[in-house]
Design a protein around this ligand. Structure first.
Ligand SMILES: [Zn+2]
Length: 283
């Protein structure tokens, strides 16, 4: 038990740019880890509502969740993350209308991310910041996949919040955040112009630019280099895979937002370690 009382030395350093002064209130343990997963999955239920309603500019709080075919209002016992979907076998309780697999998927992804964040940082400021950010990235990913848009209502407040938080994180610095916004927005803007000049097609949307600016606000300018590189790498591997599956270059637009979001998550968990490894390669 004495081992639990002493938090692991890495706890509290979770914000990739943070120094150990970021306070960790509670160190990770197994029971709290289960709660973290459940909490993340419950929030995932709400994220599903955001994913379905935000592109239609509907309220995310009213009316309560209901079946899209028969209007049956989802009861609380049919709204338990992941479990309810399995018990209902993916169908509405009243009319049997199939429920999208996206519901349990989003709940599971958000639960797993929350658990991973908790194991990485314990409970504290870093966890709170990264939890909200990751939840926003889940919403961005699924909306972009389906609608090829990234809502300004997430990225624009996100830029402001990321910049404001830079004042609260010791050793991070508002200037780092501000340059991150400029580097994130500016670099993709350049790529978008370049791509358009070369191909006369729009490859990159304004949403991607604002998303990367938001990530710059949260992580600073160095992270932008990593995120662009990682997103392009993952994007080209998957892009080539999709093209080969379709056996032709259909010019099918694959949204870039999900790759930026995935790269940001990779950065949160492994970024500083990968950068260190890269810089010291061959030594
Ligand atoms: Zn129904």
């Amino acid at each position: 038990m004495r081992r639990l009382a002493k938090p692991p030395s890495r706890a509290g350093t979770a914000h990739p740019n943070a120094t150990p002064e970021v306070p960790t209130l509670i160190a990770p343990n197994a029971l709290l880890g289960c709660f973290a997963f459940l909490f993340g999955a419950l929030v995932g239920s709400f994220l599903n509502v955001c994913i379905f309603r935000m592109p239609k500019s509907e309220s995310v709080v009213f009316p309560p969740s209901h079946c899209t075919r028969c209007d049956y209002q989802i009861r609380w016992y049919d709204n338990v993350p992941i479990l309810s979907y399995a018990l209902l076998r993916g169908k509405c309780r009243r009319c049997g209308e199939p429920i999208s697999l996206q519901y349990p998927l989003v709940e599971f992804i958000n639960g797993a991310l929350t658990l991973a964040l908790f194991l990485k940082c314990g409970l504290g400021l870093s966890f709170a910041i990264l939890f909200v950010l990751c939840s926003a990235l889940v919403v961005v990913t699924f909306i972009d996949l389906e609608h090829q848009i990234i809502p300004d209502s997430i990225t624009l407040p996100g830029i402001a919040i990321g910049f404001a938080l830079s004042f609260c994180i010791p050793g991070f610095g508002w200037l780092n955040s501000l340059i991150g916004v400029a580097a994130g927005g500016g670099s993709l803007l350049l790529i978008a112009y370049g791509y358009h000049a070369l191909t006369k097609k729009d490859g990159m949307g304004g949403g991607d630019i604002k998303l990367l600016a938001m990530l710059g606000a949260f992580f600073g300018w160095k992270a932008i280099l990593f995120i662009i590189f990682a997103a392009s790498l993952v994007g080209s591997v998957i892009g080539v895979g999709v093209m080969m599956a379709q056996k032709k270059d259909s010019g099918l637009a694959i949204p870039f937002g999900p790759f930026l979001a995935s790269a940001a998550v990779i950065y949160i968990f492994f970024g500083p370690r990968i950068i260190f490894w890269y810089l010291h390669m061959g030594r």
